[in-house]
Design a protein around this ligand. Sequence first.
Ligand code: MSP
Length: 533
Amino acid sequence: MSETKGTFYITTPIYYPSAKLHIGHTYCTVMADAMARFKRLAGYDVRFLTGTDEHGQKIEKCAEEAGVTPQEYVDGVVETIKRLWSTMEISYDDFIRTTEPRHVEAVQKIFMKMYEAGDIYKGKYEGWYCTPCESFWTESQLVDGKCPDCGREVKRMSEEAYFFKLSKYQDRILDLLKNTDFLQPESRRNEMVSFVEQGLDDLCISRSSFDWGIPVPIDENHVIYVWLDALSNYLTSMGYPEDPDGLCKKYWPAWHLVGKEIVRFHSIIWPAMLMSLDMPLPKHVLGHGWILIDGGKMSKSKGNIVDPELLIDRYGVDALKYFLLREYTFGQDGLYTNEIMLNRINFDLANDLGNLLSRTVSMIEKYCDGVVPEAKTEDDIDRELMALATDCGNVLESHMNLFHFNNALEAIWAVIGRANKYIDEKTPWVLAKDPEKKDELDTVMSNLAETLRIVSILIVPFMHTTSDRMREQLGLASEEAVWEDAFTFRKMAGVHVKKGDPLFPRLDVQKELEELSQLHQDKLATKSKRNKK
Ligand code: MSP
C-alpha cells in the first residue's frame, strides 16, 4: 500500500439496544460513515468504530418487561442494529458490544488504574437519577423537578457507592473547553463552559441496587456506572490497556461524533477519565443537533418515529444518506417531514444529477457514436465549468474538515447546476446541425463527460452506489474513482458510454405522501399488536 496521509480515528456513540433504531440514530452513523469514507478516499488510514451500550438499569428494565434475560434482550436488538448498518452499507472497521469479554475485562482494568491513581473512593450517593439518560442530578440541577436533559421523571437515590474525583480535574477541563477547539461547535462549548464554571462534583461511578453491569473488581456488591463502562469503549475496542495489536498507539486519539445531549459526558467526564489514566485526550468532540418531528424529539412513547428501513425499501439507501447529509446543518436541530425528503430526492437527485447524466450520455450516443471525443476548442464558458469542477475537491475538503456535510454536497451540486446550465448555454442540438461546429460540439461533450466523471469521484463518500452506477454509464470502472483524478479534465477521450436506467426515478410527491403515511400507520399498528401479544 502506498504511503498514507496519516491516521484518522472516528467514532459514533454506542447506541442503547433498548429498541430498534430510528432515523435520528442513523443520522449520526451516516455522518460518521461519510467522514470515514471521505478520509479513506483522500488517502488517510482510517479506523471507524461503532457499537452498542448494553448495560444499565434502562436495559434491565426493558428485558424485564419483555420477560427475557437482559442478555437475550440485547442480543435480539443488536441483531436488528447490525442488519440496519449492513443494509445501509456502513463501513465501520469494528463494532463493539459492551457485553463482550474484551470490553468487560478492559473496563475492570480501567477502574483499577483509576483506583490505583488515587482517583476513586467509597462514599454515599444522595440525589436524583434519570434512568432513560442513565444520569445523576443534584436537586438544584433539576428543572421543575424533572431531568434537565430529557424532561422525564427522576428517581430519588440513596446508595453506598464509589466516586471518581471529577472535581480534581475541574481546572484542567475548564482550560480544555475554554482555550482549545476540543469541543465543537461553538454553541456547545459555551454551554459546557458554564456547566463546569458552576463547579464539578465528584461523580458516582457504581450502582448497587441492580445487577446488569460490569462488577466493580474490588467489591462484588457494585456494578460500574454505565457511562464509565460505555465511554471506555473508544479505548477497549483497540485492546487497551495492553494494546497487543498496537491499535491504540496507531490510532488514538479519536474524533468523537455525538448528539448534543451527550456532549457533557464526552467533553467533561471522558477527558477527566483519560487524565486519570494518563492518556492523551480525544482530538475533538463534535456535537450534532437532533432531527425533530412535529417540533419535538422522536420517541417511542410518542409513537412519532421515522423508520429508516421503510424509507430505504422505497427510495434506496443513497437517497436517504443524501437527504440526511444535505438537509441538516451540523450542530443545529432540523425538522423532518416526508415532504422535505421527497422534494430533495426529486429536485436534487432525479432532476439535477439524474438528468445531467442521462442527457449527457444520450447526446454522446447520438452525436459521437457513444464515444467521448477529444476537446478541441475552449472559450470562457468552457473555462468557467472546468475551473468550478476541478476546484470542487478542494472546496469539498475544506467543508468536510469542519463536518459541514451540507456545504460539501452543496458545492458538488453547484458543479452539477453549472453543467446543466452549460448545456442550455451551448445548445449542443444546434451545434450538431452545423458540420462546421463539430469541434465545438466535441468540446461540449467532452467537458460534460469530464464533469460527470469528477462528480462521480466526489460523491463516493456520500453515495458510493450511485457513483458506481454513474461510472457504469460513463464507461468507467468504479475502482478507478480515485481522489487525485478529481482535479483534472481530459481523461476520457475514447471512452465508450452506455445509457442505463435513470439514477433516481421522478416521484409523484402527492401520491408518495399518501402512501408513506399509510405505511407508517400500518407499521406502527403491527408493532403495537406484536407488543400486546
Ligand atoms: N448509549 C449512549 C451513548 C454512549 S456513547 C459512549 C446513548 N445512546 S442512545 O442510543 O440513546 O443515543 C445515541 C445517539 O443517538 C446520541 O448521540 C443521540 O443524540 C442520537 N440521537 C437519538 N435521537 C436523535 C434524533 N432524533 N436526532 C439526532 N440524533 C439523535 O446516548
